[in-house]
Design a protein around this ligand. Structure first.
Ligand SMILES: Nc1ncnc2c1ncn2[C@@H]1O[C@H](COP(=O)(O)OP(=O)(O)O)[C@@H](O)[C@H]1O
Ligand SMILES: O=P(O)(O)O[C@H]1O[C@H](CO)[C@@H](O[C@H]2O[C@H](CO)[C@@H](O)[C@H](O)[C@H]2O)[C@H](O)[C@H]1O
Length: 479
């Protein structure tokens, strides 16, 4: 007879590859346990925060997967796909003869979510005695917020393609949205670190961070700590800026007013992050430039076959990147229209634009996502997104005639909005701007190659146009 642990591992090895967020789709991987932190959920239910590494071909990979689980004594007979069984994974034998447990995905179960939020609210600690454990924390004002949540919670899962597992507890005003990070890396998750800082600084451009959960476990090189989950205030009725922009492009209506407000919000966030987090050093600035050049080379090796023979232009652009940029700071890092919602402002004063998901680009190495970078990278991210929205409008509605100046109008309005908060001219012909633009477009080519090949032509076309512009005698403009 196989043990409970063996049965669970076998069950999860079948279930995990079917999950959207599983990072090793299509590869033959095995689970290697990292730590298990149990959690009593009351009413005969048992919770576990399980962390695993993936091994393939004999090698253990650095990334750690979070698999929060709820165990309930097997009752049998009812339909596991029914609403009472949300998140059902399977049934395994217990350690005692005749005992059986139903296993569930923790983020889908009310009792598990309640336990996580209580851990956060009480700055709670769960320890295993083997140097691993889970610790709850609250941000400014978070404890009161969590204590006033109406219980029992009512849960609603987030629909759509997500790279993490988010669940809304009490959808509506006063509710919270809890995100479990699925792939973990040592150190702070930028989403938690930056969200906590922005909340402390009182910015209205992001939902307040309420609390978070950290894990720690022992390794040969010492104790590793990382963030497991974060909860934010839930802002109901959010309208996706990406969907609104694509619709506006397809209808031929102006999106300039919205782009202006998004520019102002972007600039306010940059100003807060510059004020509220440690300043970067001169070494950081050189590092930013080095990493930018390195990334363009790396992406080019993969994107060249799709974009075209522009090696000379790439080398020319890299050679022109000589001026070390001033003032690197923490930024969003993966800013695009899909990360922005508009919600009604409390005083009925029109739209309030909120910026989400400060985790950085999923294809970027985790250590790089927490380094200072250039605010101009976020600016470029949004300018690329207006271009993407026009491309998507053509794709979604082949008869749509997107007005010729639509992208330029959005870009101009966005830059005006940005500079009304952070004064200064952004020179779109400078080598630095062009390098960041190309870096983003090449990143997008790689992203679409991996995820949505049918969208590939949108960034490929943008990269080609930028490289064509570089075919002239020299790259002009100021850095
Ligand atoms: N605080 C919030 N209030 C309302 N909706 C939110 C909030 N945070 C996230 N969402 C919704 O959840 C979606 C996924 O959130 P996101 O942080 O981007 O998750 P992921 O990291 O999994 O991509 C968003 O696109 C948005 O629709
Ligand atoms: O939202 P994520 O952090 O997962 O970002 C990744 O996926 C995005 C696609 O969902 C991708 O964004 C690209 O497509 C968007 C439209 O779907 C568009 O708004 C962006 O401008 C474009 O870059 C993003 O690059 C990637 O990191």
């Amino acid at each position: 007879m196989i043990s409970r642990t063996e049965a669970l591992t076998e069950l999860l090895e079948g279930w995990l590859p079917q999950q959207r967020w599983f990072p090793a789709k299509g590869r033959d991987t095995r689970l290697v346990p990292v730590s298990v932190t149990p959690c009593d959920l009351g009413q005969g239910l048992h919770g576990e925060f399980r962390l695993f590494r993936l091994a393939s071909g004999g090698a253990v990979e650095p990334v750690v997967l979070q698999v929060p689980l709820l165990f309930s004594p097997h009752t049998g007979g009812t339909d596991p796909a029914g609403p009472l069984h949300a998140g059902f994974i399977g049934t395994i034998p217990g350690d005692m003869a005749g005992e059986e447990w139903d296993v569930f995905d923790g983020p889908k179960r009310r009792e598990f979510v309640e336990a996580v939020l209580s851990l956060m609210a009480g700055d709670g600690i769960l320890r295993t005695g083997r140097g691993s454990g889970v610790v709850g924390r609250t941000a400014a004002g978070g404890r009161t917020f969590l204590e006033t949540l109406t219980r029992p919670l009512s849960l609603e899962s987030i629909r759509g393609e997500q790279s993490n597992s988010s669940v809304i507890a009490n959808p509506g005003p006063g509710g919270t949205i809890l995100k479990f990070f699925r792939t973990l890396f040592p150190g702070r998750n930028p989403e938690v670190e930056l969200g906590e800082a922005l909340t402390r600084l009182g910015t209205q451009d992001v939902p307040s961070t309420v609390g978070w959960l950290q894990a720690e476990w022992g390794e040969d090189r010492g104790t590793v700590r990382t963030d497991l989950a974060v909860t934010h205030e839930f802002l109901p009725g959010g309208r996706d800026a990406w969907a609104a922009a694509v619709l506006s492009a397809a209808e031929g209506s102006s999106f300039a007013r919205q782009a202006h407000a998004i520019g102002q919000g972007t600039a306010r966030i940059h100003r807060r992050l510059a004020e509220g987090l440690p300043a970067a050093s001169a070494g950081d600035a050189q590092g930013v430039l080095d990493r930018l050049a390195e990334r363009i080379r790396e992406s080019w090796a993969q994107a060249r076959a799709v974009v075209g023979p522009y090696d000379v232009q790439i080398e020319r652009l890299l050679a022109s990147l000589t001026t070390v940029p001033t003032h690197p700071q923490r930024i969003h890092g993966d800013l695009h229209l899909g990360q922005i919602l508009s919600v009604d402002s409390p005083a009925g004063a029109g739209d309030r634009w909120i910026f989400l998901d400060f985790e950085g680009e999923p294809l970027r190495p985790a250590v790089e996502r927490s380094l200072p970078d250039l605010p101009l990278r976020d600016v470029v991210g949004l300018l690329r997104s207006f271009d993407y929205a026009a491309g998507a409008a053509h794709r979604q509605a082949p008869d749509a005639v997107v007005p010729g100046g639509w992208v330029a109008d959005c870009s101009e309005a966005f830059l005006e909005g940005y500079s009304s908060v952070v004064p200064g001219r952004i020179d779109q012909r400078s080598p630095l701007f062009m390098a960041l633009w190309l870096d983003k477009a090449l990143y997008e080519v790689r992203y679409e190659q991996n995820n949505r090949p049918e969208w590939l032509e949108i960034p490929a076309l943008a990269a080609r146009s930028a490289l064509e512009e570089l075919s002239g005698p020299e790259v002009k403009g100021n850095p």
